[in-house]
Design a binder for this molecule. Structure first.
Ligand code: FES
Ligand code: FES
Length: 180
C-alpha cells in the first residue's frame, strides 16, 4: 500500500511502485483532470505539483512520491490560485481544453516563482506545455490578468480585457506558432 497526500487529503493506493503517478491519479483516484498526452514528459498535459513544484506525472513512478504532497487541477479551486482558473475563463483561454489543466498547473508554478512575470518569463516557463489548439497568446494574457488579481491590484482581472477571441485573433504577437 502506498500512501500519498492528494489535494490535502491522505490517500492510500494498492498498486506496484512503478505505476506512473498519472495512472494512479486517473484510474485509482478518479482525478481525470490530469491528462495523458505524450507519456514521455514532452507535452505537459499531465502536469501536477509535487510539494508545490510542477511535475510530469506520466514519467513519475508512484513509489517515488510516497508520503509526498500532490496537488492536481482539481485541488486548485479551493486555494487562492483559483484566480488563475478564473482568469482562464475570463479570457476564454481553452479551445478543446485538453491541455489546459497542465497549462494552469505550470502557470501557477510560474506565478509562485515570479508574481509579476514578463512576456519573456511566461514564454520561457510555459514553453514545455504544448497546445494543439495554439492558445498561447490567450494563455499569456490570462497569466498577466491572474498576476494582477493575485497582487491585489485595483485593476484586477476584470479590467484587463481579453486580447484574443476565435473571431478576432491577436495581432502582432504570435509566440510559438499561434494559429492565424
Ligand atoms: S503526458 Fe506527460 S508530458 Fe505529455
Ligand atoms: S486547448 Fe486544445 S490542446 Fe490546448
Amino acid at each position: 500500500m502506498i500512501k500519498l497526500t492528494v489535494n490535502g487529503a491522505p490517500r492510500e493506493v494498492d498498486v506496484p511502485d512503478d505505476v506512473p503517478l498519472l495512472w494512479v491519479l486517473r484510474e485509482e483516484l478518479g482525478l481525470t483532470g490530469t491528462k495523458y498526452g505524450c507519456g514521455i514528459a514532452l507535452c505537459g498535459a499531465c502536469t501536477v505539483h509535487l510539494d508545490g513544484k510542477p511535475l510530469r506525472s506520466c514519467v513519475t513512478r508512484v513509489g517515488e512520491v510516497a508520503g509526498k504532497e500532490i496537488t492536481t487541477i482539481e485541488g486548485i479551486a479551493a486555494t487562492p490560485m483559483r484566480a488563475v482558473q478564473e482568469a482562464w475563463i475570463a479570457h476564454g483561454t481553452p479551445q478543446c481544453g485538453y491541455c489546459q489543466g497542465g497549462q494552469i498547473m505550470s502557470a501557477i508554478a510560474l506565478l509562485r516563482a515570479k508574481p509579476k512575470p514578463t512576456d519573456a518569463d511566461i514564454d520561457s516557463a510555459m514553453s514545455a506545455n504544448l497546445c494543439r489548439c495554439a492558445t498561447y497568446v490567450r494563455i499569456r494574457s490570462a497569466i498577466h490578468a491572474a498576476a494582477e488579481t493575485l497582487a491585489g491590484s485595483a485593476a484586477g482581472s476584470a479590467t484587463v480585457p481579453p486580447t484574443a477571441t476565435p473571431s478576432a485573433p491577436d495581432a502582432g504577437t504570435k509566440p510559438r506558432g499561434e494559429a492565424p
